[in-house]
Design a binder for this molecule. Structure first.
Ligand SMILES: *[C@@H]1O[C@H](CO)[C@@H](O)[C@H](O)[C@H]1NC(C)=O
Ligand SMILES: *[C@@H]1O[C@H](CO)[C@@H](O)[C@H](O)[C@H]1NC(C)=O
Ligand SMILES: *[C@@H]1O[C@H](CO)[C@@H](O)[C@H](O)[C@H]1NC(C)=O
Ligand SMILES: *[C@@H]1O[C@H](CO)[C@@H](O)[C@H](O)[C@H]1NC(C)=O
Ligand SMILES: *[C@@H]1O[C@H](CO)[C@@H](O)[C@H](O)[C@H]1NC(C)=O
Length: 628
């Protein structure tokens, strides 16, 4: 027998040995590891063992009864054949001949959170270094980034084990081995994986930043010109905090738009850079829209700014007839009834009066006396209602009592009516509450001249929003009411103008240019049908968890709040309330003018009909009869 044949026999023997048993110590160690991980896990054995051995092994290590047994032969195994499941943990044997081929495949999963335990089926070695060297060699070309979990086990003493993980902080960085021990304290023990892997050791991350005004680049963190590219400035400072939290470095690339899909599904701007893997981070937060969710990963909301139409509520008389408002409908009805009832009572008493006192003789000759006609009585009560009095007076005590009572009651009503009108003349209208009201109002519209406003206004689909764009924003001659911030806010100040802008930015200019009393009655109505801007990164990023926890920490520590408060202005307080007066204008007195006009119309109609009646009589009656 040749030496080679002997060797082959030995190898065969060794495989037979492996195929049929896994050291009980190893099983114990893996169980201990699973207990330590303390998460639901679904073991997937990828081994060169016999089926029985694999099944027994998976059964004995499963930490729940409710599992599917997944075993694969290492020869034809592909990660892509396994149903993706977040709790899958792959168990591979370092003694199997195909181990390197399987490990090489982990590149395929670089973005996914891969969980893997590498065991040595025959021994749990005491030598940390031996196992570590083997691991470093196995994974020397794999992209196991901070989101993956690759474990191996060594022995501490007879009953306890050391657990270790390998990963690298970026593709070209060296592998890092993290030890964590069971049943004894060490530095890393008790820290979550994310906090252990926090330091990226100075690797360079690529961030894409949206700058719409070149001048902003020189004022990114000096809090000047806060109203230009505000969101970029807030997110720039927060991104720098995030980078220092991760002990990384960053290189910014500047783009001019957030990115929108064109007809071919190609994304422009910042999203384009993320999709093409030209940037790791989108360092300027962007609107959360359905079409973007499939291409980028939103991770946090660093700034709760929103855009809205800002306008000064118009005077009440623009939206309502203020002469009708002081009284409730019911009061108006009662008032009408009161006038009618009083008139009827008065008429009855006057009729009785006439009957008793004159005994049939005519007394109409005294023009100062109230005659027993409904129109005269009604005119008297109506005059009382309008606080005008009457030239005629009733004669008897009973009718005078009725008149006095009516005068007193109507005086009180008149007083409250007049007082109410004064208040209403000064009030802003609260009628404009929705986009529909805004569309129907007489306000003119303007829109801040930014990339996203151009996009969202011209792409609006919802009927009211579309109408707003077509009727109010786009003029008849095809030009559009986009204007810069200062012009728009000045128009708002002059009234009857709604300006669409980022509210925090708009309020900054308002705070600087409005008089105190003009800050009262500011209203805002949201137009954009999108969620507030979120911070986004590449899809399937290996740093997802790190970025997420980092931004969360920045928020919890108050840094986010600080930057937002410094860069975004809150809605100004209305403090100059009563310090001004409003001159009543034609709009306020409109309804009164209308009454006058109606009066004229009725009078003219009477005139015409009188002339016609007169003519009719003249024509129908013979002249001679008149003469005779
Ligand atoms: C694994 O990848 C390395 C480098 O990419 C290569 O040299 C090696 O041959 C691969 N091994 C197998 C078994 O595919
Ligand atoms: C481990 O076990 C072996 C035999 O089972 C024993 O000789 C040795 O003393 C033990 N070591 C420790 C540290 O307990
Ligand atoms: C940060 O990274 C540098 C390498 O750039 C490294 O020397 C340093 O130890 C890291 N700091 C922390 C706290 O990990
Ligand atoms: C901003 O700078 C870029 C190049 O740095 C240039 O292409 C672009 O035209 C500039 N934009 C404005 C508005 O000046
Ligand atoms: C992200 O991962 C999912 C699931 O693994 C995959 O279907 C998708 O294509 C990946 N997306 C990108 C952009 O890599």
């Amino acid at each position: 027998m040749t030496l080679r044949a002997l060797m082959r026999l030995f190898t065969l023997f060794q495989f037979a040995l492996i195929a049929n048993c896994v050291e009980s110590d190893v099983v114990e160690a893996v169980k201990a590891l699973f207990k330590e991980i303390n998460k639901p896990l679904q073991p997937v054995a990828v081994t060169c063992w016999s089926v029985d051995a694999s099944v027994n092994f998976v059964r004995s290590i499963s930490n729940s009864q409710d599992y599917r047994i997944s075993i694969f032969n290492d020869e034809e195994f592909e990660f892509s054949n396994v149903e993706p499941y977040q709790f899958n943990v792959f168990i591979v044997d370092i003694r199997c001949p195909n181990i390197q081929r399987i490990i090489n495949q982990t590149d395929y999963l670089s973005g996914v959170n891969i969980k893997m335990v590498v065991i040595d089926s025959l021994i749990v070695t005491t030598e940390v270094n031996t196992m570590q060297e083997k691991m470093l060699d196995l994974f020397k070309d794999s992209a196991i980034l901070p989101n993956s979990e690759v474990y191996f086990i060594t022995r501490a003493d007879n009953k306890t084990y050391n657990f270790a993980e390998v990963y690298r902080s970026a593709i070209n960085q060296p592998l890092i081995v993290e030890m964590f021990l069971m049943n004894s304290l060490s530095d890393s023990h008790g820290l979550t994986r994310i906090s252990r892997r926090r330091s990226l050791n100075g690797i360079e991350l690529r961030a894409s930043m949206v700058v719409t005004n070149n001048d902003s680049l020189s004022h990114l963190d000096d809090y000047r010109d806060k109203h230009i590219d505000t969101i970029t400035k807030v997110c720039y400072i927060l991104t720098n905090h995030l980078i220092s939290y991760l002990n990384a470095t960053v290189s910014y690339s500047i783009v001019s738009s957030w990115g929108y899909a064109d007809a071919n599904g190609e994304w422009s701007g910042m999203i384009g850079q993320l999709v093409r893997n030209e940037a790791d981070l989108g360092a300027t937060s962007l609107f959360f829209t359905a079409d973007r969710v499939s291409v980028i990963q939103y991770i946090a909301m660093p700034s709760s700014t929103g855009s809205a139409f800002i306008f000064r509520a118009p005077k009440l008389s623009y939206t309502d007839n203020i002469f009708l408002l002081p009284f409730d409908d019911l009061v108006w009805i009662c008032l009408g009834c009161l006038v009618l009832i009083t008139a009827v009572c008065l008429l009855i008493t006057v009729l009785a009066e006439v009957k008793i006192q004159s005994n049939g003789t005519r007394i109409d000759s005294d023009s100062g006396l109230l005659r027993a006609r409904f129109s005269d009585v009604f005119l008297l009560v109506f005059g009382a209602t309008c606080q005008q009095g009457s030239s005629v007076t009733p004669r008897s005590h009973s009718s005078r009592i009725i008149t006095i009572t009516a005068f007193v009651v109507l005086m009180f009503l008149y007083t409250s009516y007049a007082a109410n009108i004064v208040a209403l003349l000064q009030s802003p209208s609260s009628k404009i509450k929705s986009l529909k009201d805004l569309l129907d109002s007489r306000l003119k519209f303007g829109v801040d001249d930014t990339v996203f406003n151009h996009y969202y206004f011209s792409h609006a689909m919802e009927p009211v929003r579309k109408k707003i764009y077509e009727q109010k924003v786009r003029n008849k001659d095809g030009s559009e009411n986009y204007m810069n911030l200062e012009t728009g806010i000045e128009n708002v100040r002059q009234g009857l103008f709604a300006f669409h802008t980022e509210s925090g930015v708009g309020y900054k200019i308002i705070g600087e240019t409005f008089y105190e009393d003009e800050k009262c009655g500011l209203r805002e109505i949201k137009y954009l049908d999108v969620i507030d801007p979120w911070y986004a990164i590449q899809k399937n990023s290996s740093y997802l968890e790190l970025f997420k926890t980092g931004l969360m920490r920045i928020n919890e520590h108050g840094l986010q709040e600080r930057e937002n408060t410094r860069l975004y202005t809150r809605k100004p307080q209305c403090s100059g309330g009563g310090g001004h007066f409003v001159t009543a204008s034609l709009v306020d007195t409109g309804p009164a003018m209308l009454v006058l006009v109606y009066g004229y119309v009725v009078a003219i109609m009477f005139l015409i009909s009188e002339i016609l009646v007169k003519r009719f009589y003249r024509n129908s009656k013979p002249r001679c009869e008149f003469l005779g």
